[in-house]
Design a binder for this molecule. Structure first.
Ligand code: DGL
Length: 263
């Protein structure tokens, strides 16, 4: 199974894209709703949670881990790769590659949680791919709770987005990386507020394409994952009505969310 985790529902945008671009592979998803958001926690805590989540997915048969959370990826992917001997893919590489390829002016904006922006990982990776690029990063800590609450088109959400995006708009970026897997759910609101000509990089699609490519080059793993005929399963450490509604919205169908306790 392809194991995917996030601090909440945002990673379901990645799970959905993987389901679409990599059909035939069962998915096991874990959303750590009880401990979300990760983005305002310390690196030690985020690494600890990420290890709990990975252990859970591996115990349930994952053969590949996708860190579908930028806060966890920017802080914990390296530690996970050292600790586990299964492949660990994440959202950052695919999103930065796409941004570097698509940006013409080299003026790229990045929005994410505090942990992601503080890690500086997008700047480092984008500078490495596109030397001389100007990167403008902005933490947007209020967006994850708004999405988890299902406030996807409220006036308050629009107002907060305008406040967050205004400084980036002034920098005349031509590309904006949605550096949090919750943000694709706000795409319709982000686009007019940053300027419709700005390319929005949605890491969910990019990571799904990367997983497909990775499996293409790893036939043994591919055969093992495809050989598993289990149905996809979605686990959460807590479950509320807005979470259920969001899951249904992301997948376009009802999703059975199974509540589990994580140590
Ligand atoms: N979806 C997570 C991310 O991509 C949300 C972060 C959080 O829990 O802070 O960063």
């Amino acid at each position: 199974m392809i194991g995917i985790f996030d601090s909440g529902v945002g990673g379901m945008t990645v799970a959905r894209a993987i389901e679409q671009f990599c059909p035939g592979y069962p998915i096991i998803y874990f959303g750590d709703i009880a401990r979300t958001p990760y983005g305002s926690k310390s690196p030690e805590t985020i690494i600890g949670y990420s290890r709990n989540n990975t252990d859970f997915l591996l115990d349930r048969g994952a053969g590949l881990i996708v860190v579908a959370c930028n806060s966890a990826a920017s802080t914990a992917s390296a530690a996970l790769r050292l600790h586990y001997d299964v492949p660990v893919l994440d959202v950052i590489g695919p999103a930065t590659r796409k941004a570097a390829t698509i940006s013409k002016s080299g003026r790229i904006g990045v929005i994410g949680t505090r942990a992601t922006v503080k890690s500086g990982i997008y700047e480092q990776r984008l500078q490495a791919l596109l030397p001389g690029a100007r990167i403008f990063s902005r933490p947007c800590p209020l967006l994850v709770p708004l999405v988890e609450e299902g406030w996807l088109s409220r006036r308050e959400t629009k107002m907060i987005l305008r406040r967050y995006l205004h400084p980036l708009r002034r920098e005349q970026i031509d590309t904006l990386v949605l550096g949090c897997t919750h943000y694709p759910l706000l795409k319709q609101l982000i686009s007019p507020r940053i300027g419709r000509r700005v390319n929005l990089i949605d890491s969910s699609v990019e990571v799904a394409l990367h997983v497909r490519e990775f499996l293409h080059h790893n036939p043994e793993l591919r055969a093992r994952l495809q050989g598993n005929r289990a149905a996809s399963r979605f686990f959460v450490s807590d479950c509320t009505a807005p979470v259920r509604q969001l899951a249904a919205k992301i997948f376009g169908r009802e999703i059975l969310l199974e509540k589990v306790k994580i140590p």
